[in-house]
Design a protein around this ligand. Structure first.
Ligand code: ADP
Ligand code: MG
Length: 711
């Protein structure tokens, strides 16, 4: 037995390590001259420009701090439209001095502006390749950090990435723009309700991250996982998730050790990793941090994904972030919890305790309903991603139809407002009879849970559950911030000029709730009936990614984003193009991977197996036994499936080649969706049947059972 002290040495002091690799407020306060610190805070809080002299001082201190942490390089860390982050590393060294030595230097200019060659990142026609200029600009609202990995220690500076002419080439720039938009409009709104002290309203976001863990060794034996992140073949194991014995079950030791390691790494990087548990599918888990400001959370979520992957390889495992690594069991998503918080600590989505606040809350709520109803297709688009097509509407994932869950109490208040024009009581509360002004308070715990809703009110925030596990949460938050800013703007325009404020608020709430109540649905979103009901209500049901993309340039969308300076029409066009291309490319890789596996691994294996069967029949017959019915049945069944496989393979090859030859764009993406995907499914079917017949000893890859139950 080990002694207590020995065991204690394995424990870490979380408060000690938390944020130790982050150039955070405490570090800045300690290291920066008072005036510089004050100016930087001003920039962070109010977005004022930072002078180059200031930047020089900050850069110097940042470098000194990073070098103390072992850093040799710095990088502008940015989020191009590839779905992952990008970075180009520069060391701090200067040109050698006459004495042959180098200095370590980092200037303000290097801190605030970088110039990576942008030509290899998707730009969707915004820029010809010869105009390769792209700039990364320091986002000082998200703190720099030092990352330790095999490459040593690197100072990472979160940045936005723009073209020479200022067009956004990344996820960050529109996000920051949308945060400005919601800030402006939300400030107008709270001023109208008497808040004169708050200076800023920020979207708060908490992203719950789901993932799978599989054995690294088995992962490598599956080319589909290696090339595409998901299994393209695979018969269902005898046991799936039907027993519900994995969800919140005891975490296996190996996985616990991994989670501990992940947490420590995240805490050092200032990511508030908080919750961890097993998810619904075997081998599936979840990690949730404590929410942060939207842009910080977008960065943190990228750090979470990278850390989950990096640490897994140190534990002999592979972390799968794909939305649907395995057919037939739960897919992985990312619940994007969203609310609006003032710098004075007030959450606009908190139902509140005074009637006065409640009116503000109800107005905010009515605006959110309006925003989501009017831009349901756009919100749906923000979560569209190739992998998510397999997840939405399947096992335990929200459907592709956007609706809002309000819960009984709020729905009741909404209905009162709609039918009588007054809301004077709340379910489960004492009756308050003081007219409009006295709209009753809502008790949080009366908000029940509805796991099936894509957009659910959960006490003091909305939870948008459509985002895919691998995707950036930025687009969803860009849309949420902007559509709500628009709804706020509309009510503020009226209220700022209203003769009777109370009556005007009341009328606006009533109008919003009445016109947009169709978006509220508290029932079972997984049911077939809902799909029919939603259609009757006229709610869009965009079942796959390609169907959503056109929304990006609809008149309504262009107007919305232009009005709030979030995207220009050209930027939207480019994003549309990038999405169609990304879709076609992803499916093309999947189709070719299937062709490769089926042609080089499956068919040869099955042929070997038929030979074994034939040899066995001959041997048995030669031994004088004529009862070979089982073997001959198996042989003919296998041969028939083999033929089906070969035919399906030929067909898939044909359509994939036709698709690849098409010009990039919408038509090509749709061709992949309509022709290539069915051909892939047609190939998978006989192969999965063969897997159930062919001797496991010779099957060329680990099965679902091997992957899901033997980490
Ligand atoms: P559940 O699984 O019940 O949805 P979790 O605790 O797993 O809850 O995750 C909830 C997430 O929502 C966490 O990231 C949490 O920090 C975040 N969250 C809590 N309150 C707010 C809020 N007001 N605004 C935004 N996010 C919030
Ligand atoms: Mg959760």
């Amino acid at each position: 037995m080990r002694g207590r002290n020995e065991r204690m040495s394995e424990y870490i002091d979380v408060s000690e390590i938390f944020g130790e690799d982050v150039f955070n407020d405490v570090v800045m306060q300690q290291r920066l001259p008072k005036k510089v610190y004050k100016d930087l805070k001003q920039t962070i809080l109010e977005g004022e420009e930072l002078s180059l002299e200031m930047a020089d001082v900050i850069a110097h201190e940042m470098k000194e701090w990073a070098i103390e942490k072992g850093a040799t390089h710095y990088t502008h860390w940015f989020q191009p439209l590839t779905g992952v982050t990008a970075e180009k590393h520069d060391s701090f060294i200067t040109a050698p001095l006459p004495n042959g030595k180098v200095l370590m230097s980092f200037s303000g200019k290097e801190l605030i502006k970088g110039e990576p060659d942008a030509s290899s990142f998707p730009s969707g026609g915004l820029r010809a390749t010869f105009e390769a200029r792209g700039y990364t600009a320091w986002d000082c609202t998200s703190p720099a950090f030092v990352r330790h990995d095999a490459a040593g220690a690197t100072l990472c500076i979160p940045t936005a990435f723009c073209s020479y002419t200022g067009e956004a080439l990344d996820q960050k720039t529109p996000l920051l723009r949308s945060m400005q938009a919601i800030n402006t409009q939300a400030l107008r709104l709270i001023r109208l309700f008497g808040d004169t002290t708050s200076k800023k309203v920020t979207p708060s976001v908490g992203a719950e991250q789901e993932y799978f863990l599989v054995s690294d060794e088995k992962f490598r034996q599956r080319k589909d996982l290696v090339f595409t992140g998901r299994t393209l073949f695979g018969a269902m194991p005898p046991k799936g998730q039907e027993l519900d014995d994995h969800y919140l079950g005891a975490i296996r030791q190996k996985v616990s050790a991994y989670m501990k390691h992940v947490n420590e790494e995240l805490w050092r990087l200032g990511v508030t990793s908080k919750t961890q548990h097993n998810e619904a599918a075997p081998a599936q888990h979840e990690l949730a941090p404590i929410y942060a400001e939207a842009n910080v959370e977008v960065d943190h979520n990228q750090i979470v994904m990278q850390t989950l992957k990096r640490v897994a390889s140190q534990h002999g495992m592979k972390c799968l972030l794909h939305e649907k690594p395995f057919a037939g069991v739960n897919g992985s998503g990312k619940h994007n919890n969203w609310s609006l918080t003032t710098d004075t600590g007030h959450n606009l989505l908190e139902p509140g305790i005074t009637p006065h606040d409640n009116i503000q809350f109800l107005l905010v709520l009515s605006c959110i309903l309006k925003a989501v109803d009017e831009h349901a297709a756009l919100l749906r688009e923000s979560a569209a991603d190739v992998g998510n097509d397999h997840r939405l509407g399947a096992n335990e994932a929200p459907p592709a139809i956007i609706s809002v869950f309000l819960g009984d109490q709020l729905t009741d208040v909404m209905n009162q407002l709609i039918t009588t024009g007054m809301a004077n009581h709340s379910i489960g509360m004492e009756k308050l009879e003081t007219g409009v002004k006295a709209i009753p308070e809502f008790m949080r715990d009366t908000t029940d849970r509805n796991r099936t809703s894509p957009f659910a009110f959960t006490g003091n925030k909305f939870e948008f559950r459509m985002v895919g596990s691998r995707d950036s949460i930025a687009p969803a938050n860009v849309v949420l911030n902007t559509i709500v800013a628009q709804a706020f703007k509309e009510v503020c325009d009226v209220l700022e000029n209203a003769e009777d404020f109370d009556v005007a608020v009341h009328d606006l709430m009533k109008k919003n709730f009445t016109e947009h109540q169709r978006i509220v649905f508290n029932g079972n979103g997984y049911s077939k009936e809902w799909v029919e009901e939603a259609e009757k209500r006229g709610l869009p049901n965009l079942s796959c990614m390609v169907e959503t993309i056109e929304t990006l340039t609809s008149e309504k969308t262009v107007k919305l984003f232009k009005e709030f300076g979030v995207f220009t029409k050209a930027e939207l066009e480019s994003r549309k193009e990038i999405k169609y291309e990304a879709y076609a490319k992803a499916i093309n890789i999947e189709a070719r991977t299937m062709l490769d596996i089926a042609g080089k691994q499956i068919i040869p294996t099955v042929i070997k197996y038929t030979k074994q069967l034939a040899d066995s029949i001959n041997a048995v017959v030669a031994a004088g036994i004529l009862e070979v019915e089982v073997q001959t049945d198996l042989l003919s069944e296998t041969s028939a499936l083999l033929k089906e496989t070969k035919n399906a393979l030929n067909h898939l090859k044909e359509v994939t080649e036709s698709a690849a030859a098409m010009e990039d764009g919408k038509e090509k993406a749709f061709y992949y969706r309509q022709q290539v995907i069915p051909a892939m499914e047609a190939l998978r079917k006989p192969v999965d049947e063969l897997e159930m017949i062919v001797d496991k000893e010779i099957w060329p890859m680990p099965s679902y059972g091997d992957l899901l139950f033997e980490v």
